[in-house]
Design a protein around this ligand. Structure first.
Ligand code: ZN
Length: 251
C-alpha cells in the first residue's frame, strides 16, 4: 500500500499535532498569494507586492486598496474543505490528534469539523470594529451595503471594521502562540503539511517538537522541498489532500 510508513506512524501515535500552511488549502481552490502566480497578479493589477498590500501600514494609509485586494484575493467564499481537512477532523474525532496549528486564515479546518484549531495568522471569518470592538462575520463585511467604497463600516459607531487577520508588521496573538507551542511540545507525532516552512516566526514552532524521544515521528508532506527535510522521519512529496485522504480513509 502507498504511504505505509505514514499509516503505521499514525496508528501508533496518540498525540498527533498537525502544522499546516497554504498548500493545505490549494486543493480547495484557495490560491497562495505568496506563489509566483499570486505575486505576478498583484504586481500586474496593483503595482505592489502582496506583502506590502497586506501590511498594517497599508491598511492604515490605503484602506480602500487594501480591501479591494483583500476581498478579491484572500476571500474564497465558495471554498470547501478537502480531504486533508476532513482527514484531520477525523483523526481528532477518533482521539488521535490533539491540535491543528495553521498559518491559513480560511476557516476550512473548522468547517471540516476540527475543534482544536490554532490559527496563527487569524481568520477571515472574524472581523472586529476598531472603534467599539463589535464583531462581524464575513458576510457582513462582503455586503456592499455595509461598505463605503469597499471599506466595511460599523453601523454602531461608524469606525472601520478590520478583519481579524494578522497583517505584516503586526505580531501574532501571544495566547495562540503559547497554546500552539504547548501542543507541539507534548505531541508524539508532528505532521507538517503544505508549507515550505519559510514564513517566520511560525516556521520556528516546529523546533518545539521533541523529535529525539523514543517513538516520536516527524512527518513532512509537501509538494516541494522544505527547510526541514533533513530532519524528517517520513518525507512525502505529494499533494497533502491525496496523502491524508488515502491514509486516513476519507472521501
Ligand atoms: Zn463600532
Amino acid at each position: 500500500m502507498k504511504y505505509d510508513n505514514l499509516r503505521e506512524a499514525i496508528e501508533k501515535s496518540s498525540k498527533i499535532v498537525f502544522f499546516g500552511g497554504a498548500g493545505v488549502s490549494t486543493e480547495s481552490g484557495i490560491p497562495d498569494f505568496r506563489s509566483a502566480n499570486g505575486l505576478y497578479h498583484a504586481k500586474q493589477e496593483y503595482g505592489r507586492s502582496p506583502e506590502e498590500m497586506l501590511s498594517a501600514r497599508f491598511f492604515e494609509t490605503e484602506t480602500e486598496t487594501f480591501f479591494d485586494y483583500y476581498k478579491k484575493n484572500l476571500i474564497a467564499k465558495d471554498a470547501r474543505p478537502n480531504k486533508a481537512h476532513k482527514a484531520l477532523a477525523k483523526l481528532e474525532e477518533i482521539g488521535k490528534l490533539t491540535a491543528v496549528v495553521t498559518q491559513n486564515i480560511d476557516g476550512l479546518h473548522q468547517m471540516a469539523g476540527s475543534k482544536k484549531v490554532y490559527e496563527l495568522h487569524g481568520s477571515v471569518l472574524r472581523n472586529t470594529c476598531r472603534g467599539c470592538r463589535k464583531h462581524y462575520d464575513l458576510d457582513f463585511i462582503l455586503d456592499e451595503k455595509n461598505c463605503v467604497k469597499g471599506v466595511p463600516i460599523c453601523p454602531a459607531c461608524g469606525s472601520v471594521i478590520k478583519p481579524d487577520v494578522v497583517l505584516y508588521g503586526e505580531s501574532l496573538d501571544s495566547n495562540c502562540i503559547s497554546q500552539s507551542i504547548d501542543a507541539i511540545s507534548r505531541a508524539d507525532m508532528l505532521i507538517i503539511g503544505g508549507t515550505s516552512l519559510v514564513v517566520y516566526p511560525a516556521a520556528s514552532f516546529v523546533d518545539y517538537f521533541n523529535k529525539g524521544a523514543a517513538g516520536h515521528t516527524l512527518a513532512l508532506i509537501n509538494m516541494s522541498a522544505t527547510a526541514q527535510d533533513e530532519w524528517a522521519d517520513i518525507l512525502i512529496n505529494a499533494p497533502i489532500g491525496e496523502v491524508l485522504g488515502e491514509v486516513v480513509g476519507v472521501e
